[in-house]
Design a protein around this ligand. Structure first.
Ligand code: HEM
Length: 397
C-alpha cells in the first residue's frame, strides 16, 4: 500500500539489473509476440490404440482423481461409468461440450486436454473379472522409507486429466465426476503442475520444486514404448495396447533440503543443478559415466546418488516417468506442503518398476529429503478407435 506498482516493478528491475539478471528479463519480454495464435484451441487426439496422456507431450497441469465404486457396484455399473467417461472425454478433448454440459463455454479451449482412465483391483472384483487381472496389479510391497496415508492410497478407479490450462482440467474433472456421482465416491484428488506452456522453449525438461531438472532419462515414445510401455496382450489378452501406472505421492522435506549447500545437493542426485548434466558431463543429455573417478580415486558420481541407484540394472528395468509437482496448503505449523506426484508407466510393474523402487528404498542419498506418502497401482486399458467403442470394453464385453 502507498507504493505504486510502477515503483515496485522499477525498483525490482533496477535491483535485478545491478546483479546482471535484468538483461534476461528484458530479453524474454522482447521475445513474446502478442499477435501469436493462442494455445487454448490446441487439441490432442482422443481416439487411438493407446489412451492419450501417456505418450502425449506433457501438459502443464494434471489432476489425478482416485475414486471408489459405491457398495453394490457390478459389471454393469462399471460399464456404465466407463461409457459415460469415454463419451465425455472424446467430446471434451475435441473442444466440444460434454452431453448435458451445464458450462459449455468452459469446454471451448481444451488446451491439449487428455483424459486417461485406470482400473484398480477393486474394479475387477466389483465386475467379477478377477481372473483377468494382470498379475502385477496389487499393492507394492511396504518399503521402509514409506509413510503411507490411505487418504492417498489405492482406489478402484483413476481419472488422470491433463491440459495446459487448469480451467480445462477443472471443467473436465467436474463434468466427468458429476455424470457418475451416484455410482462413485472420490477418495482423493491431486493437482499437479509443471512449467506453464511457452514459459520455456518447447521440449525443455521440467524442474521439480527441489530445483532439479527432472525427467531427463526417459524412454522415447517413438522408439521405446512398444517394448517398454505398451502391453502386447501376450499374457493378458484384453490389455493389448494398454499399460500400467504406478502413482506415488512423494513429499519433499524442503526445510532441511535447503540447509544443504549446492555442491552437496548435486552429489545427492549425481547431476548439476544449473543444466542437469551428470557430474561427469557438461550438458543435460550426456550419458553419466558411473566409473569415472577423481584424482583421489573417488567416484565423481557417488554410488549412493539418486541416479546411480535409479539407473536400470539390465534392459528391463526401464519405465516412463511423467511426474508433476504439487504445492498444496501447508498444515498447521508448516511453511510448505510440496513434493512430486510421481507417475511411472510400464508394461510390467514387477519386472520394470519394482526392482528400481526396491533398490532406492534400500539406499538412495535422496531418501533423507523425500517421503512417499501415497501409493497406488492401476491397469490402464487400451485406447478406443471408434465412437461406438468405450474404454475398458476389451475387458468387460
Ligand atoms: C532420475 C528426482 C523419485 C526413478 C532422477 C533425476 C532427478 C530425480 C532430478 C535426474 C534427472 C532425470 O533423469 O530425470 C527425483 C525426486 C524424487 C524421485 C525429487 C522424489 C521426490 C524417484 C522414484 C523413482 C525414480 C520414486 C522410481 C522408483 C528415477 C529414474 C531416473 C531418475 C529411473 C533416471 C536414472 C538414470 O539416469 O538412468 N530423479 N526422483 N525417482 N529417477 Fe528420480
Amino acid at each position: 500500500r502507498g507504493v505504486s506498482r510502477r515503483r515496485l516493478l522499477g525498483g525490482g528491475a533496477a535491483a535485478l539489473g545491478a546483479t546482471g539478471l535484468g538483461w534476461g528479463i528484458h530479453a524474454v519480454a522482447e521475445r513474446v509476440d502478442p499477435t501469436a495464435a493462442i494455445d487454448g484451441g490446441l487439441t490432442e487426439p482422443f481416439f487411438g490404440t493407446h489412451q492419450a496422456g501417456i505418450a502425449t507431450p506433457v501438459q502443464a497441469h494434471a489432476q489425478f482423481v482416485g475414486l471408489d465404486l459405491r457398495p453394490g457396484a457390478r459389471a454393469a455399473t462399471l460399464i456404465g461409468i466407463l461409457k459415460v467417461w469415454t463419451d465425455d472425454a472424446a467430446r471434451l478433448a475435441n473442444g466440444a461440450p460434454a452431453l448435458a454440459d451445464t458450462e459449455p463455454e468452459l469446454a471451448a479451449a481444451p488446451a491439449r486436454l487428455t483424459v486417461t482412465i485406470g482400473l484398480g483391483s477393486g474394479a475387477f472384483a466389483a465386475a467379477d473379472v478377477v481372473g483377468d487381472q494382470p498379475p502385477w496389479l496389487r499393492p507394492l510391497p511396504a518399503f521402509p522409507i514409506d509413510k503411507l496415508d490411505d487418504g492417498w492410497g489405492q482406489t478402484d478407479l483413476l481419472l488422470q486429466v491433463c491440459a495446459d490450462d487448469q480451467m480445462a482440467v477443472a471443467h473436465a474433472v467436474r463434468v466427468l465426476l458429476k455424470n457418475v456421482r451416484s455410482l462413485v465416491t472420490v477418495r482423493w484428488s491431486q493437482h499437479g503442475f509443471r512449467h506453464a506452456r511457452r514459459s520455456h522453449p518447447e521440449g525443455t525438461t521440467m524442474r521439480n520444486l527441489m530445483g532439479q531438472v527432472d525427467g531427463t532419462v526417459n524412454p522415447d515414445p517413438a522408439t521405446d514404448f512398444d517394448e517398454l510401455v505398451w502391453d502386447d496382450g501376450a499374457g493378458v489378452p484384453w490389455l493389448a495396447g494398454g499399460t500400467s501406472l504406478v502413482l506415488r505421492r512423494i513429499r519433499m522435506e524442503l526445510d532441511t533440503w535447503e540447509e544443504i549447500d549446492r555442491s552437496g545437493r548435486e552429489l545427492i542426485v549425481g547431476r548439476t543443478l544449473d543444466t542437469g548434466a551428470p557430474l561427469t558431463g557438461s550438458s543435460e543429455n550426456d550419458a553419466p559415466d558411473f566409473a569415472a573417478t577423481d584424482r583421489y580415486g573417488i567416484p565423481v558420481i557417488p554410488p549412493s546418488s539418486h541416479i546411480a541407484r535409479a539407473q536400470p540394472f539390465g534392459d528391463r528395468e526401464r519405465f516412463h516417468r511423467r511426474a508433476y509437482n504439487y504445492d498444496d496448503a501447508p498444515g498447521p505449523g508448516q511453511t510448505s506442503n510440496s513434493g512430486l506426484i510421481f507417475a511411472a508407466y510400464q508394461r510390467d510393474v514387477d519386472a520394470q518398476f519394482r526392482p528400481v523402487q526396491q533398490r532406492l528404498a534400500e539406499f538412495d542419498a535422496l531418501n533423507q529429503w523425500t517421503t512417499p506418502i501415497g501409493s497406488a497401482v492401476y491397469a490402464i486399458p487400451p485406447g478406443v478407435t471408434s465412437v461406438e467403442d468405450y474404454l475398458g470394453s476389451s475387458l468387460l464385453d
